[in-house]
Design a protein around this ligand. Structure first.
Ligand SMILES: [Zn+2]
Length: 74
């Protein structure tokens, strides 16, 4: 399982490598380049799934029990 994902900001195009938490999804992310508060795209559970090179750990281990968005409704 990979815990490092490079997030590319859709606003400024700046990329930064972040370590993902294994037990939770990160919903908000402050772009260190332009300060924009990023949110996941509709249907994605976290910013790593939307903007990262690697999906979040719960997604990587989906067969184990699904992602954290399983119990979340919009
Ligand atoms: Zn940015």
């Amino acid at each position: 399982m990979q815990l490092e994902s490079t997030i590319t900001c859709p606003k400024c195009g700046g990329a930064s490598t972040e370590t993902m938490p294994t037990d939770a999804c990160q919903f908000f992310y402050d772009c260190p380049h332009c300060g924009t508060l990023l949110r996941p795209n509709p249907g994605d559970c976290c910013v790593f799934c939307s903007f990262g090179t690697i999906p979040c750990p719960p997604k990587q281990g989906e067969e184990v029990g699904g992602c954290c968005d399983a119990g979340m409704t919009d």
